[in-house]
Structure formats: C-alpha cells, structure tokens
Design a protein around this ligand. Structure first.
Ligand SMILES: Cc1cc2nc3c(=O)[nH]c(=O)nc-3n(C[C@H](O)[C@H](O)[C@H](O)COP(=O)(O)O)c2cc1C
Length: 458
C-alpha cells in the first residue's frame, strides 16, 4: 500500500456500550444483538463492501467499578459490560469475507504465552493471514482481582512483563519451526523433519518454558502487532514491538506530537520511522449534506448517557469522578498512575493543567472523550486527508456510534469522496493484512522478533 492510501478500521467491542455511551438506546442501534454470530457476519460483510482494512476490537477483563466506588453504574449503563471474548467471533467473520482483517485486543497480563501463541497461530491459519493482535497491559484493578491478585502490577512493571512476554511468543512463532520443516508432499514418508522443529527453552524472570510451538507456521507467523498505550513507557514499548499504533488524539497538534515521538522511538530501536503505522481514534457522523449530518448529530445527542461516560472515563483516568467538583481543577495527584496515563496526558494537552470535570463533560458531547467530526462526505474526506498529511498518520480507527448505519453512511458518503481524491483504495490488494499494509507476509528482519539471540537463559 503506498503511503498515500489512508487505512481505515472500524473500531468496536463485543459488547453493547463501547465508546459513545448511551447510543445503544437509539431505536436503530443493533448492538444489543452482539451475542449472535449473524450480527457479526453481517457486520463484516458491510465493512468489506466499503473496502475497510479491518475490524479492530477492544476488550477488557474487568468491570468498571471506580466511579462511585461501585460496579452498579457500569451494569446499569451497559458500560463495556457484559462483554464477550472477541477472539471467538473472528472465524465466522473470516468465513464470510476474503480481505477484511481482524485486530483483536488481548491483555497479556494474565495470559500464558505458550497457550496464547497457539490461539493466535490458529487464528492466523483460519483467517489466512488476516489476524492482528492489539497488545495491551490493561488498566483495571477489577481484572487483577478477578485473576486472584489484590491489584494490578505497577504501570511500568506491566510493560516490563510485556517485553518478556513478547520475547517468549516471538521465539515460538518465529524460531521453533524452520520454514522448510514440513516435508514437501512428493516424498512425504514423514510429515516434518524433527531437526527443523526446535524446542524453545526460555528461563526468564516472569516466564519459564521448554517446548516446541504446537502449531505449524502460519502465513504471517507473528500476527500483525497493534499496540495501544502512549505514555512514555508505552511509546518505548511501541517503538520496539508495534507495527501499528492506536492512539487517541483530538487536535492536529497533539496527534502530530505523538506521531513524531512514536516514530522517534522506532528509530531509537533500530527500526525505520515508517515501520510503524499510526491509527488515530475518531468518531464521525456522515450524511449527504452538512445539514443532514447536523440533524443526525442532534438526534443522536438525545441518547447520550453522561453518567455512563463518566463511568468509562473514571476507570481509564483512574479517578472517581463522582467525587470531583464540576468546576474545580482535577487534582493530578488524584489520578492513579496505574490507569491509562496517556489519557490523563491527553486531557492536559486538550484543556491545560487546570482541566475540570466540566471540561471533560463538555468534551463528551456524544458520550466519550472522542468529540465527533460531523458533516457531508466531502467535508469529512477533506478533514481526513488534511489530518493524514498534517499529522503524518496512516489511518483511523473509526468508532461506532449507532450501528450499523454509522458505517453504512461512512461507506456511502465518505469513501467515494476519499477515492475521488486518490486518498483511499478502489480495490483490495491480495494477501495477508501485513502484506496489504507493509508489502510482505513476514515481519522484516529489522524487527526484534526476527533476531536470532532472543531467549532468556539464567
Ligand atoms: C487508544 C487506546 C486504546 C486502548 N484500548 C484498550 C483495550 O481495549 N483494552 C485494555 O485493556 N486496555 C486498553 N488500553 C490501555 C492499554 O492497556 C495500555 O497498555 C495501558 O493502559 C497503559 O497505557 P499508557 O501507556 O497510555 O499508560 C488502551 C489504551 C489506549 C491509549
């Protein structure tokens, strides 16, 4: 894909209330059918009709119980609860599509690298190289308690654990089976050459393993690596590992600053600046004309649940916003460093150090910190083209508002405008998602996963 083409993912989650809190209550919204396979196969079909690059699925492993110190508001507001396992809906969607990729969030903090490596290789086989993994370390104590811990690890320790986790799964995906381990069918008395299926012996601080990878090599071997988390430690992690980085940002200035520092991190880790593709989270309301889009926007606003939006924001900012005055500056010492630091930093970039709960609520006009861009297909296409060149980014993760019409409208009104500006493809390229984005199925030799001396031996 030439740098010029914008990459577009639909951003969603296997639940009812995802980002724009309350919109599930809109009469045309169908997210309440998320427990049905037909909902997702129809969804995937729609996105492939619009030549979307992928469906990016968030995920959490704990309930939001920071706001009011209780889980009740999250249960009442369906705030990313209930939520099903996103990995399990992928094969059905892959069966009814040919090119759409699936970026799935998996929190590695509670995973066994050996079992996880097998699951992802299986999905890379089943999707024929269309699987991506959004690497997150999580931000919820409720998830840690669910796994038998008092609370989650410290923020930067989570990333240290993540570094070692990556080392283990890279060894399994890239270094256990040789490319020619499987004996060609012609003289196949044996299936594979045992000398070319090596055991991985990893004796590290957090993980110990002595095993061969259970799966034969898949098209990509290592799933396409997404990452979300843009604190300074998060960016260092992304600079080393990520192929695609998902970041939140509102102003072109803040997005440009993050894009620049992320690419600098890639260079600092011996990679090229554009070895990383940057996807910006965005919400858009598209229609034939600006006026129609504005009408739709006003209509959607009636369904916004600000309380539910505060439940979500409290968890990701790490502060109980029910205890914060509306117009008093939020005391930074109240913000837990263990949550999503880049979200707190984004509030300061957006509103200054003295930001208030009032600023946050005014920003959450559609139920989240992602203030929507509203307008005709032409206006939204101009915005996206301007953002891509001004901020040096590669794509967007387009959040769901009222589903599925939000994506149908984007496909009907914005995609043709982007294509007429030469900013979006008019057909899919063949091959795996990594080949579509980077030109080859396998990670480049410059990526740490391909390094020979990966293992930890005490
Ligand atoms: C844009 C974005 C999306 C994220 N999506 C998820 C998610 O779906 N599930 C999750 O557990 N954490 C998610 N996180 C948080 C990550 O777990 C992240 O590793 C952690 O919070 C630390 O982020 P930080 O480096 O910004 O402090 C997301 C973070 C960002 C910035």
């Amino acid at each position: 894909m030439s740098k010029g083409y914008l990459a577009i993912n639909a951003f969603d989650m296997c639940c009812i209330g995802h980002i724009q809190q309350g919109l599930w209550r809109h009469p045309r919204d169908r997210s309440k059918s998320f427990e049905h396979l037909a909902y997702w196969t129809d969804y995937a079909h729609r996105l492939e009709r619009g030549l979307f690059d992928g469906l990016f699925l968030a995920d959490v492993l704990g309930i939001y119980d920071v706001y009011r110190g209780s889980a009740d508001p999250a249960i009442e507001g369906a705030v990313q609860f209930p939520v099903n396992d996103p990995l399990l809906i992928v094969p059905a969607m892959a069966l009814v599509t040919s090119n759409l990729a699936f970026g799935v969030t998996v929190n590695l903090s509670y995973e066994s690298p050996y079992l996880f490596a097998r699951r992802m290789s299986t999905l890379d086989h089943l999707t024929q190289g269309r699987i991506g993994w959004n690497i997150v370390t999580g931000y919820l104590d409720s998830a840690a308690r669910a796994q038998g811990f008092q609370q989650q690890m410290l923020h930067d320790d989570r990333y240290d654990l993540a570094d070692e986790f990556m080392t283990v799964v890279y060894q399994l995906w890239e270094h256990s089976w040789s490319d020619n381990a499987i004996i060609p069918p012609l003289n196949q008395h044996a299936f594979a050459d045992p000398n070319k299926v090596r055991p991985i012996n990893h004796q590290g601080k957090q993980y110990k393993l002595d095993a061969r990878h259970m799966c034969a090599p898949s098209i990509q071997r290592t799933p396409l690596l997404y990452q979300a988390g843009a604190s300074s430690r998060g960016q260092a992690f992304a600079g080393k590992h990520a192929e695609c980085v998902f970041l939140n940002g509102q102003s072109f200035e803040s997005i440009t600053a993050l894009s620049r520092s992320l690419r600098a991190q890639a260079l600092a880790h011996g990679r090229k600046a554009d070895d990383i593709k940057i996807f910006v989270g965005a919400s858009m309301i598209a229609a034939k004309t600006d006026a129609e889009a504005q009408d739709l926007y006003e209509e959607y606003k009636h369904y916004v649940d600000t309380e539910a939006a505060l439940v979500h924001a409290s968890a990701s900012l790490g502060v109980d916003l029910s205890k914060v005055d509306l117009d008093a500056p939020v005391d930074p010492s109240q913000l837990k460093r263990e949550a999503i630091q880049s979200n707190s930093e984004a509030m300061v970039r957006q509103h200054g150090k003295q930001w208030t709960k009032g600023d946050l609520i005014r920003q959450m006009v559609l139920g989240s910190r992602q203030t929507p861009i509203v307008g005709s297909g032409s206006r939204l296409a101009d915005y996206l083209v301007a953002m891509q060149s001004a901020c040096n980014i590669d794509g967007i993760n387009l959040s769901r508002t009222v589903v599925p019409e939000c994506f149908d409208d984007f496909i009907d009104y914005v995609i043709p405008e982007l294509q007429s500006r030469g900013a979006f493809k008019t057909q899919y390229q063949e091959g795996s998602i990594r080949r579509k984005l980077f030109g080859s199925d396998r990670l480049p030799a410059s990526h740490p996963a391909r390094a020979e001396n990966l293992g930890f031996r005490q």
